[in-house]
Design a protein around this ligand. Sequence first.
Ligand code: GLV
Length: 306
Amino acid sequence: MSVLVISPGRDPEVWAKELRNQHPGLNVFVYPEEHDKEEVEFAVSWKHPRGIYKNYPNLKVIASMGAGVDHITSDPDIPEHIKITRVIDQDLSTDMSAFVLGLILDQMRNLSLHHSSKKWEPKKYKRIRDVKVGILGMGVLGSAVAKTLQLNGFEVSGWANSAREHEEIKIYNGAAQMEDLLKESSFLVNLLPLTPQTENILNKDLFQKLPKGAYVINVARGEHLNEHDLLEMIDSGHLSGASLDVFRKVPLPEEHPFWAHPKIQITPHIASVTNPGSVVPQIIKNYEHMTEDEELMNVVERQKGY
Ligand code: GLV
C-alpha cells in the first residue's frame, strides 16, 4: 500500500519528506519517478496531469494539497468511486484573512498610491465606517475573512449559493439574493469555489450591480473572472479598481494588459499558501482512516464540486 505525491509546479519532495517524517514507514512515491501503479491507494495532489488517475486501479482517495479542489474535479477521467478531500487549515484561514484585510486597508488609505506617486500629495481617504464589504462564498475561507473584517470594525455581508446561516454575519442565499449583496458592497471579495456554475461569474452583468466606485478583490480562481469585462468596467469608471491574486494563465504573461493598468494590483497567487508541515497531519489521519475503513475528513461532494 503506497501514497503517491503528484504536484507539478509545487515541490513534491517537500511533501514527500513531511509525509515520511510524520509517518515513518509510509511508502511514498514521488511522481514522475518509476512506481508500481497497482500499489497506490492514496494520492496527495496538486494540478496532476489530466487523465492520469484512471491508470491507478486501486486508488481510493485523492487529497488536494490546498483548499481548492477544482484542479481535481475538473478532470472528467477520475472514476466515480474515488473520494476527494480538501484541506481545512488554520494557517490558510488566517493568512487569507490578513491578506484581504491588508488589501482593503491599502485601498482605503491609498498606501500603494502614495508610494507609487512619489509626490507629497495627500489624498482623500475612506474610513472603516464609509465602506461595506461583500463576500462571495461563505465557506471556510469566506467565513474566516468575514469574521476578521467584522472584528476590525467593518460592516460585512456574505453570499452563499446554498442556504447558510451565521450567528454574526448577514448571509444572502441563492441567485435571487445575489443582487441584494452586490448593491451594498463597496468592496467585493470573491472566495467562491470554482465550478461550472461559478466560472466567469465576475462579469459585466455582476459588476454593473455593484455601486459606482466599487473595488473588486479576486482571491479565488482566475477562471471566475471575465478579464475583458473587468477592464471595460474599470476604464468606464464604474469600478475604481481591482486586486487580483489569481489568473487564467500563470505566470501572468508579460504582455497582459493587467500588468500596466494603474488601477489593477497584481500578486502572484500568494494570498494564502499551504504550509505542508501544518496540513500533513490531517492528510496522514485521512490515510489512516482510509486503511481502517473509517469516515474521511473534509470530503468534497463530487456532484457540487466543493
Ligand atoms: C490555493 O489556491 C488553494 O486552493 O489552496
